[in-house]
Structure formats: structure tokens, C-alpha cells
Design a protein around this ligand. Structure first.
Ligand SMILES: [Zn+2]
Length: 206
């Protein structure tokens, strides 16, 4: 059976780390992993179910990136004064996904938050998924995550890699390791989804 996947719709765009369901509902297929009985996507792409096996297929379109656009990106490296990211998708009338070539972009430390930052690693870490706005494409692609709806939308425990739960403000918790971490969080943290030409924080309203 395909088409009805419960909360997740067939062909829906999925971000890395997004929960897809449980082992009682599906078997993990391509680009899907299991943690504590729950299934998560490894990649940005479209979801499908075949013979109870749920898979996520990476997108292959190659769009151009313009100033002012909002992108979804994964943090690949955090340096002293800049975070390096790879852009996964551009929000727009229709989501445009990116598979190849890889667009590498930078988030300068001055574009992370309004307050002074003494350690960038308390705001961003490798493998975080961020929602960011393009501020320049002149000498490379530069992004900002200062606005409240920009910033980290999915993050993983530094120790065990499980998805982190937001407890308050910019604080995240790993219930498995009993540890807290901080990030510059988007107010869409853990609630971000994409469906057709829309995005938002409550899938049931769409
Ligand atoms: Zn952990």
C-alpha cells in the first residue's frame, strides 16, 4: 500500500532527522534509520512507502540561489568566526531541492544572533539543520539566522546523535544522555515541515 502514510504524506519533502513513524508502522528503507523504535530520515528528499518499507529519495534539481531567499541547510563545519553549511533546499512557490552540485554557504558569527557570542559552538554545531536567509551571493553565498524564525530547526545529541528535544529558550535536551546543549534556535525548532508549496509548524492545519 502507498499513498496514506499517516501523518506523513506520500512524496512529502522530508528534512534530515525528521521523524517518519515507528517500527510498528514501517520497516526502514533507503536513507532511513531507526533509533529507539522510531524511524528518521538521513537525507533531504521525498518520502515513499513500498511493501511497508519507508524510504526517502534525495532530490536532483539544480536551482540558482538568489539574495533574499530562505534556504534549508546542514552545518558541515564550525570555525571560530563562521559556520560552513551545505544548502539542501530553497523555500519558494514550489520547494526546490538540491542534490548536485553542492552549494556551500557561510554564516558569519555576526549573522548568528543579536547579542555578543563568546563561543560559536554554543550556537551552531556540525550536523545541525538550519533555516536561513540569503543576504549576499556576490563573493560566495552568505546567510543570516538572526530573525526568530531562522536558526536551528533540527539538532542531534553531540554524544549519541539522537534528535534533541527543546526544553526552553535556546536549550535542548537529550533524554538518553541526560545532557543539555544550546543552539541559536528557530522558533520552528522540531516543528518544521514542508508540504507542497507550503511550510509551517502544524501539519494538521495544512
Ligand atoms: Zn544523547
Amino acid at each position: 500500500m502507498s499513498g496514506d502514510l499517516g501523518m506523513i504524506k506520500h512524496e512529502e519533502l522530508i528534512i534530515p532527522g525528521q521523524e517518519l513513524g515507528t517500527l510498528e508502522e514501517y520497516l526502514p528503507g533507503e536513507n532511513v534509520y531507526e533509533r529507539d523504535g522510531k524511524l528518521y530520515s538521513k537525507v533531504f528528499g521525498k518520502v515513499s512507502v513500498k511493501n511497508l518499507r519507508i524510504s526517502v529519495h534525495p532530490l536532483k534539481e539544480i536551482p540558482r540561489i538568489k539574495e533574499g531567499e530562505v534556504v534549508i541547510a546542514t552545518v558541515t563545519e564550525v570555525k571560530e568566526n563562521v559556520a560552513i553549511v551545505e544548502i539542501l533546499a530553497i523555500e519558494g512557490e514550489a520547494y526546490r531541492g538540491i542534490a548536485s552540485p553542492i552549494y556551500t554557504a557561510a554564516i558569519p558569527i555576526s549573522q548568528i544572533a543579536n547579542e555578543f557570542i563568546k563561543d560559536i559552538r554554543l550556537k551552531l554545531r556540525a550536523s545541525d539543520i538550519v533555516r536561513a536567509r540569503v543576504i549576499s551571493t556576490q563573493k560566495g553565498i552568505f546567510l543570516t539566522i538572526k530573525p526568530p524564525d531562522m536558526g536551528v530547526i533540527n539538532a542531534f545529541c553531540s554524544i549519541c546523535r539522537r534528535p534533541l528535544r527543546r526544553v526552553s529558550g535556546n536549550t535542548l535536551r537529550c533524554d538518553h544522555c541526560n545532557t543539555n546543549e544550546t543552539r541559536k534556535l528557530s522558533n520552528l525548532y522540531g516543528k518544521y515541515f514542508m508540504r507542497g508549496d507550503k511550510y509551517g509548524s502544524d501539519p494538521r492545519k495544512i
